[in-house]
Write a protein that binds this ligand. Sequence first.
Ligand code: NAD
Ligand code: ZN
Length: 354
Amino acid sequence: MRTVNVRASREYNVLIGKDAVTALGSETAKLCPAALKALIVSETNVAPLYLDKVRNSLEEAGLNVIDYVFEAGEQNKNINEIAGMWNRMAEAGFTRTDLVIGLGGGVTTDMAGFAASTFLRGINVIQIPTSLLAMVDASVGGKTGIDIPKGKNQVGAFWQPLLVVEDISFLKTLPDEVFTEGMGEVIKHAFIMDTELFDKLQNAGGNIRDDEDLLEEIVYMNVADKARVVNEDENDNGLRQTLNFGHTAGHVIERDSGYTKPHGICVAKGMGIIIDACVRAGTLDENEAKKMKDLLKLYKLPTEDEITPEQIVSGAMNDKKKRGDTLSVILVNKIGKAEIRKMTAEEFLKFLSV
Ligand SMILES: NC(=O)c1ccc[n+]([C@@H]2O[C@H](COP(=O)([O-])OP(=O)(O)OC[C@H]3O[C@@H](n4cnc5c(N)ncnc54)[C@H](O)[C@@H]3O)[C@@H](O)[C@H]2O)c1
Ligand SMILES: [Zn+2]
């Protein structure tokens, strides 16, 4: 088992390994000895596979366990489900020392975290991510939230977990296309901050799924990268913004599709678009750019989209990530090195169109 220690406003561990979930009960008892009850939040795809395993581990540690299982899918990442979780805990007499367990992909961990952050003004949450994306990104760093009709993740809170348990064997049941989506964020980490990860992915030749040891190592490297960023800039005022590489254009593509195109796919397209723009603007060497796009293709991710620069800019100006009249655009100057550049709408349009 590997451990990444996150030192944000709260310090906690991310445990990564095959069968990591077997450590859940004993770790929980150690970390919150006063807890008597736990609510497992999960969804209809994941619960039949793993809920009993998680429940058993918690019950062995003496906890009284209840669950809340919602219909899988981003369309259910909303306030009604959160209210369902609050009511379930209230009816079961939860107190401030009890806890929430998020068991699922990023939709689940975002919602479980948000329900925990608001119930009784905040109770502990332990995250058990089951998708690649949730392991390398969503469950680490304390961003929680839900969607509203006006947009994704528009309501939420920063709420760091008490512990994150990443059981690599859970990835075996992840559908191939969902795994590929998660690779978008993995490759993003390689591009913005991790040349060693880049080389490892390149050497693996496009398949990291069948070798569990390699997969564990790659998940570990990604969690360590994310933790490094969060430790330095928990509240997203500086360095953490580099994690948005590819996301400015990606979000617009995602929104324009009515959220039918998966996030990781849109981010890959967004990265491809920015990589091309960086080359044209002279901030990225052509060979580096080719290596980057080849890596995306190696992992079956797209690097292009028919969206126009005008559409990207007008969409981005409506996005929550704009600050004042400028956008923080993330560039990569060479593999492993990102730069945050403030641009006005006009400058961004020129950057994309040159
Ligand atoms: N908080 C953050 O920092 C952060 C960062 C990135 C993304 N997110 C959020 O994460 C969400 C996307 O995450 P996601 O891609 O994991 O979506 P998801 O939770 O919808 O999971 C994707 C699909 O995989 C299925 N699944 C998950 N684990 C499985 C397993 N082990 N076996 C079989 N099926 C499994 C799910 O049921 C679902 O159908 C978005 O809502 C996004 O906003 C949050
Ligand atoms: Zn993302």
